[in-house]
Design a protein around this ligand. Structure first.
Ligand code: GLA
Length: 717
């Protein structure tokens, strides 16, 4: 047996290595930390002793494992060719036709001449972030149609010792809840069939040994797709596991005619040796440099938003809105967003969707007077829309009932009193494009809050399941609007965080993480969200004292500190604040403006002490400035608060450490001298001291926050 060279793709933190094989597709030899292996190796066949009771030529784990010839695990491709005598070509045996490098990508071309299918697999590593992009494409080379059931966008091995998984679950007002489980003998699998990214099954997963915040190897994967998905992790007979992710396809959703191809959405994967924070830092860098497309190619400082929803709901009245805008401008708001309730006959959520012109009862002279007023106050104007939907009680539906997604012979299914428009119909997309274009060209609108408030059901297009074509048509519509209005920013909202994924984020500029503005609940929502998304993409609003969705009450410092790290906004009626409350809010907004150059460009670290204390540390890449936000959820039994460990500073430099906000000392104790000094002018500490001994914090009552800023003293280089 001769030794063979592995084909490798190497990043700084990640490496893929496959072994070319004659009898199978290329064999996975490594997906993980860098190998530093440049010598030929023994082929897998020669390394593994053949176990008893397996087939002769037991197939190894390849880049495209398929069913039918001895691979008994989940296949990376499945489908069949319907025929008069039943289905054929459900068994597959792909061989390599050729491998090539195109830019950063390794392309593997495979075919199965008997099944008359050809597959291209692409893996590439972004050198700036160490995020691997992967996609797969299948072509039907047969005479008759091929019905595709599954094609994994990525199918990679995970090491046997990585047996802890961090997945996400949730619901409306409780998105991105982390669920940690131990992997066992059964397949770990999440399917989303809701037709949009969903609140309950975020298309991302993290696997590792300990899933520690800062240490140990972790693997992360995300599917950049705003429709259905499947993620699965299955144990293999050699102790490793396979991770597959791709688009979940409804039966018959993809049937390829002769010569037709199906390309999966992109999967993004990465590996870090520095725990969850190391992994997040890589994904954040990738999103910043490769996913998001900012107007003029550059992110502007994220403007403070006031969103009218919880202040007004659908009860719009021009005078009140103008007064709200004045109050907002006074506290430092930079963008005023008019939420739901402004368009034709929209008195509540039972009517109006589809009729994208102002309600004359509320806006007799259109939106211009309000837009001008807002602009006159020095703020940008933003507008809420939900283009993909129609209420049966609307002019649009009365004129075009045939435009809703439906299944012949089946009843329509409503959700929040609305139906979904069939975006694949050119007339529908054109109508929506024209409606949005009329709004955008008729007014000075800087921002759209693009909402999508229901799951897809009874969703057919020309008899087939419409999930995939709907998602693609949604992207096309966004693309068209972005091209025509390149300066307009768009927010992705779907009843809160129901459409959070890199597919949508390629066209949009932030994600409304949740309709829950309760700061306590938000801590966990944001923690999960920030695993894959950078803080500047996270809409985070200061809500009313009494949270509308939970009824819980929180102080302004706690509500503001929780929102501080993200893209800040207000979701409250600022008109009702007393002068001193407005002053306090103004100061928090000013603080956000000071912190955003750090939190929206820097490296984010998240940490926790049990479930009592959580923190985020945003640090500039060069380590010269950092903002630490410490949040206490509930009491614990320690008598002295532990200092908070920080990282990423320069050991050799001195920092001015200032407490920007902390709770008053309770009556039974006093603040330590150090903390008093940190609050009054700040204290000087070396980077080494801060990193080795941590940042001191005061006693914190439940549901309170401390914000600390660390900046290199100016006298130093
Ligand atoms: C959804 C959004 C909210 C708000 C309402 C308006 O629920 O998540 O933020 O815009 O719609 O109807």
């Amino acid at each position: 047996m001769t030794e063979t060279m592995l084909i490798q793709l190497n990043g700084e933190n990640v490496c893929l290595a496959v072994e070319p094989a004659r009898a199978t597709a290329p064999v996975w030899r490594h997906f993980g930390p860098p190998l530093g292996l440049f010598a030929p190796v023994w082929p897998l066949d020669a390394v593994r002793p053949p176990p008893p009771t397996v087939l002769d030529g037991d197939p190894p784990f390849t880049v495209l494992p398929t069913h039918g010839f001895g691979w008994f695990h989940h296949p990376a491709l499945s489908g069949s060719r319907p025929g008069a005598q039943g289905d054929t070509d459900w068994a597959h045996d792909f061989r390599l036709d050729g491998m090539s490098r195109e830019g950063d990508a390794l392309l593997m071309k495979l075919s199965d001449p008997v099944a008359a299918l050809a597959v291209t697999l692409s893996y590439s590593i972004d050198p700036g972030s160490d995020v691997v992009s992967a996609w797969a494409e299948v072509e039907n080379r047969g005479e008759t149609p091929y019905r595709l059931d599954w094609l994994a966008a990525a199918c990679v091995p995970l090491p046997a010792q990585a047996d802890r998984v961090l997945g996400f679950t949730g619901r409306w007002t409780l998105e991105f809840q982390e669920a940690r489980e131990t992997l066992g003998v059964a397949t770990w699998r999440r399917d989303n069939r809701r037709g949009r990214t969903s609140h309950d099954s975020f298309p991302g997963v993290i696997v590792g040994t300990a899933l520690d915040d800062d240490e140990g190897a972790v693997f992360g994967a995300h599917l950049a797709w705003s429709g259905n998905h499947t993620i699965l992790i299955e144990p293999l007979t050699d102790g490793r596991r396979q991770l597959q992710l791709g688009e979940w396809l409804a039966p018959g959703e993809v049937v390829l005619a002769r010569g037709e191809r199906y390309r999966t959405p992109c999967a993004y994967l990465s590996v870090s040796g520095q725990g969850l924070n190391g992994l997040s830092a890589q994904f954040h860098r990738f999103v910043r440099t490769r996913v998001m497309n900012w107007p003029q190619g550059r992110m502007r400082p994220r403007p403070v938003i006031l969103n009218t929803w919880e202040a007004m709901y659908c009860e719009h009245e021009l005078g009140s809105l103008k007064a709200l805008a004045v109050a907002a401008a006074r506290v430092g708001v930079e963008r005023f967003v008019l939420d739901d309730g402004w368009f034709h006959r929209r008195g509540n959520d039972r009517a109006g969707l589809g009729d994208w012109w102002p309600d004359v009862r509320k806006y007799p002279k259109g939106l211009t007077p309000l837009v001008d007023h807002v602009r006159g106050l020095g703020m940008e104007f933003g507008l809420w829309v939900e283009p993909e939907m129609v209420n049966p009680d609307s002019e649009l539906y009365r004129a075009h009932p045939e435009w809703a997604l439906k299944l012949a012979g089946r009843a329509l299914v409503t959700g929040r009193n609305q139906l979904v428009l069939d975006l694949s119909e050119p007339a529908v997309s054109d109508y929506l494009y024209d409606s949005m274009a009329a709004l955008l060209s008729g007014h000075s609108i800087a921002y759209l809050k693009w909402d999508m408030n229901r799951d897809l059901a009874a969703a057919g297009h020309a008899g087939r399941a419409a999930y995939r074509c709907q998602t693609l048509a949604f992207y096309r519509l966004l693309e068209r609007l972005r091209t025509a209005f390149p300066d307009v920013e768009i927010e992705s909202c779907a009843s809160g965080g129901g459409r959070a994924d890199y597919g949508a984020l390629a066209y949009m500029h932030r994600i409304w993480a949740s309709d829950c503005n309760d700061a306590l609940t938000r801590i966990d929502i944001q923690r999960g969200f920030l695993r894959f998304f950078p803080p500047e993409a996270m809409g985070a609003h200061i809500g009313a004292v009494c949270a509308h969705t939970t009824g819980r009450r929180h102080s302004l410092p706690f509500r503001a500190a929780v929102a501080l790290v993200g893209h800040l906004g207000l979701e409250l009626d600022v008109r009702t604040l007393s002068d001193s409350e407005a002053d306090d809010l103004r100061q928090w907004i000013a603080l956000y403006k000071q912190c955003r150059p750090i939190s929206h460009r820097g490296v984010l670290r998240q940490g926790h002490l049990g479930d009592a204390l959580a923190w985020t540390q945003a640090t500039l890449d060069d380590g010269r400035a950092a903002v630490l936000t410490v949040l206490r959820r509930r009491e614990d039994t320690t008598r002295y608060p532990s200092p908070i460990p920080v990282k990423g500073l320069r050991r050799d430099l001195s920092y001015l450490v200032r407490v920007l906000s902390m709770p008053e000392a309770p009556y039974y104790t006093r603040h330590s001298d150090c903390l008093v000094a940190m609050r009054e002018g700040g204290v000087e500490m070396s980077g080494a001291t801060l990193m080795d001994l941590g940042v001191p914090v005061p006693p914190m009552p439940p549901e309170s926050a401390v914000v600390v800023c660390m900046k290199v003293l100016d006298t130093q280089s």
